[in-house]
Design a protein around this ligand. Structure first.
Ligand code: PEP
Length: 248
């Protein structure tokens, strides 16, 4: 089964309209490979601008969050319909910053995932263990628990991309080694196979995220269960293009 290589850029709460403009212009001029799916995720205020100005046909837009219900009295939340209305096709859910800082539970993330999928958005579902959990050898327990919450509510995984993002590797400059990442990815896929069936599990892209940059991206090449990257800090820099082209 061939899984299309996928590179996501999560800008987080960074940047300005000028910054987003320069990133979009860089992508438009970047001669991007036709066989790499790219998804950029600017902050909400810039989603429409980015969508309207992207000319690269392989690049889509993701929101960084969505709510688990439709229009209503939910001050500060953004609905799936609104995200789609401005041309975004993806949403990032379960990012560790939302799990830890905003205290989002596995269950809430699963509800948001189900709602987004049922209403036509594709989901980049982030999972991953903290340093403390890793030191206690709980990496897979945590990843499987986070996956199981979604598995309990979603049976069709064709519009989900899983991002394995060990929390200790995010923004620290300390990426997982390619061997360690491959090991966890293959176990995540095995867990998915057990729970949603081998055929579906073979089709699910599993991205690695955590301090991927223009220099280390190629070191993950050849790892069969690493289907791309979710990139934070480096997605704001020109080296994002090197990451997109790293599998060439
Ligand atoms: C992220 O926040 O999704 C991420 C992977 O960040 P960074 O690349 O900066 O580690």
């Amino acid at each position: 089964m061939t899984r299309t290589f996928f590179v996501g850029g999560n800008f987080k709460m960074n940047g300005s309209l000028d910054k987003v403009k320069s990133i979009v212009e860089g992508l438009n001029a970047g001669s991007l490979p036709s066989d790499v799916e790219v998804v950029i995720s600017p902050p909400f205020p810039y989603l429409k601008w980015a969508k309207d100005h992207l000319t690269a046909s392989t690049v889509e837009i993701a929101a960084q969050n969505s709510f688990d219900r439709g229009d209503g009295a939910f001050t500060g939340e953004v609905s799936v319909a609104q995200i789609k209305d401005v041309g975004s096709t993806w949403v990032i859910l379960g990012h560790s910053e939302r799990r830890t800082i905003l205290k989002e539970s596995d269950e809430f993330i699963a509800d948001k995932t189900k709602y987004a999928l049922d209403n036509g958005l594709k989901v980049i579902l982030c999972i991953g263990e903290t340093l403390e959990e890793r030191q206690k050898d709980e990496t897979l327990t945590v990843c499987n628990r986070q996956l199981d919450a979604v598995i309990a509510k979603v049976s069709d995984w064709s519009d989900i991309v899983v991002a394995y993002e060990p929390v200790w590797a995010i923004g620290t400059g300390l990426a997982a080694t390619p061997d360690d990442a491959q090991d966890v990815h293959s176990k995540i896929r095995a867990h998915l196979a057990e729970k949603i069936g081998e055929k579906q599990a073979e089709g699910v892209r599993i991205l690695y995220g955590g301090s991927v940059n223009g220099k280390n991206a190629t070191t993950f090449n050849g790892k069969p269960d690493i289907d791309g990257y979710l990139v934070g800090g480096a997605s704001l820099k020109p080296e994002f293009l090197d990451i997109i082209k790293s599998r060439a």
